[in-house]
Design a protein around this ligand. Structure first.
Ligand SMILES: [Zn+2]
Ligand SMILES: [Zn+2]
Length: 483
């Protein structure tokens, strides 16, 4: 096979000073959001009606949209940022005091915990709506679409399929009564990009069987492939819509040994196109976590994720190359980028196991997609694993009169029992579960130039794939955030 050449990666960006700021902090102020009909401040979001509704007179309010963002992503140039993504001021006070318009009392809101509170004296609801500098108020919110009882069913169903090896204490204590509706903070990124990729692609021209002699001189059959190799080049334009990235350090840390945060990542994507302008009223009855990440912390990661989306989108134009493509040059240019912050809704079950590991079962409160981890009864799992192995040992014992059979059976038994162990752990823990942003992020691709020149054919290859194929590689997932 060809030598493994270094992939030249170039990410070019427009100069930083061209940041265009979109002010989303308009027509909205802190205090009571009073119903224009009856003056009540008790206005909350109704899942069934998909509207904010006054709880006294039932007047319904249409959700608002934010203005000033570029909708035709082909027009994006330079960097656009909303006021809801501005850098967090570390000294900003989380505790804010508002004067109640109902009775004049002072109401304290700790924005670390909630962005609204009820006045103790007159029961008016007061809200923080304007974008304070501590990251607690985003541009957009995607309201809950799934009711608690539906989320409970999803979680119960998920756990019921993971019973036999579940930890006994967990089984005894499991209840979905106190699951929490949480708004987690995310950054949504739109981008207008172009690429010039060049490399070598392979196509299986023939698949056939040959007879070979092995080291002992015995005849063996082997399937081999003749692979046509091509010089491949693609120039393309791509717009990427709402690449979604967690914007809290806690949720970005998907390899945390004490929490199974990766399952929260895995329930993406959300239907972010249905986000509406943020108002604290949407959060009544739910919990929320504030953003603690600035753009500068994740910009490098995001740029690589955008390139991952581009690389994978291009595969739709490379179906002929069923042996893969090895890109030697990836010139990926981000011509325009637009950042928005949003709260997205999650139903969350959490459970701390006896080893102090926090397990989550998370439900996407829009799509219902569910992922989780269930604490295991490792004693039971090891017992069954060892029993499987012992079973193979017994079979090996019965085969003692045949040359190498006992050793082969023992090795097979070891492999089978360890695979069994691995599959069960993976089913209960779901450590590998992740959001496949490179495939699931909305995009529009236009290929503007193609080169496909046949160079030569490699015969009798033992694999149907070329060794250096990298057209399905991802890099953004493995790029750490900057402190
Ligand atoms: Zn009203
Ligand atoms: Zn009051």
């Amino acid at each position: 096979m060809e030598e493994n050449k270094e992939v030249q990666e170039e990410i070019k960006e427009e100069p930083k000073e061209e940041v265009k700021v979109v002010n989303t902090d308009t027509n909205i102020k802190n205090g009571e959001n009073r119903c224009p009909e009856c003056g009540a401040s008790d206005v909350t979001y109704n899942i069934k009606k998909k509207k904010l509704v006054c709880n006294y007179c039932a007047t319904e309010f249409d959700p608002e949209n934010i203005e000033g963002l570029e909708k035709d992503l082909k027009n994006l140039e330079g960097e656009t940022r909303t006021t809801g993504v501005k850098d967090i001021d570390k000294d900003a006070n989380d505790v804010i005091t508002l004067k109640c318009g109902g009775c004049g009392a002072e109401v304290v809101i700790n924005t670390r915990e909630a962005t609204n509170a009820r006045c103790h004296w007159c029961r008016s609801i007061l809200s923080i709506n304007s974008q304070i500098e501590n990251g607690a108020v985003p541009d957009l919110v995607l309201p809950f679409g799934l009711e608690k009882k539906n989320a409970q069913e999803k979680i119960e169903n998920f756990v019921s399929k993971r019973q036999f090896f579940a930890h006994p204490t967990f089984k005894k204590e499991f209840t979905t009564e106190n699951i929490m509706g949480v708004y987690f903070p995310y950054l949504l990124v739109d981008a207008n990009c172009s690429g010039k990729f060049a490399g070598e692609g392979g196509h299986v021209a023939r698949e056939y069987t040959i007879t070979k002699r092995n080291s002992k001189g015995e005849e063996e059959k082997e399937t081999v492939y003749d692979i046509d190799l091509y010089d491949v080049e693609r120039d393309f334009d791509i717009t990427i819509d709402d690449l979604t990235v967690e914007s809290s350090k806690d949720k970005l840390d998907k390899n945390n040994k004490n929490k199974t945060t990766n399952v929260i990542n895995a329930i993406m994507p959300f239907d972010t196109e249905n986000c509406v302008k943020y108002k604290a009223n949407y959060l009544v009855g739910y919990s929320s976590e504030k953003r603690d990440i600035n753009i500068s912390n994740i910009e490098e990661k995001v740029d690589k994720e955008l390139q991952d989306v581009g690389r994978h989108a291009l595969n739709a134009d490379l179906k002929f190359y069923d042996s893969g493509v090895e890109w030697n040059k990836e010139d990926f240019k981000i011509k325009g980028k637009q950042w928005v912050s949003a709260y997205l809704p999650v139903w969350l079950y959490s459970y701390q196991d006896p080893n102090k590991i926090l397990h989550y079962v998370a439900v996407n409160a829009r799509t219902g997609e569910t992922m989780g981890s269930v604490p295991m009864n490792k004693k039971r799992l090891w017992t069954i694993t060892i029993l499987i192995f012992i079973l193979f040992l017994i079979i090996a014992l019965f085969a003692h009169d045949k040359d190498e059979a006992p050793i082969v059976i023992t090795i097979v038994g070891l492999v089978v029992s360890l695979v069994f162990y691995g599959l069960k752990v993976s089913k209960y823990r779901n450590k590998g579960a992740r959001h496949t942003y490179e495939l699931e992020t909305k995009h529009e691709l236009k290929v503007t130039r193609r080169v496909d020149n046949h160079t030569h054919t490699k015969r009798e290859c033992s694999s149907r794939y070329i060794a250096g194929a990298n057209n399905k590689m991802i890099t953004g997932e493995y790029t750490n955030i900057k402190e």
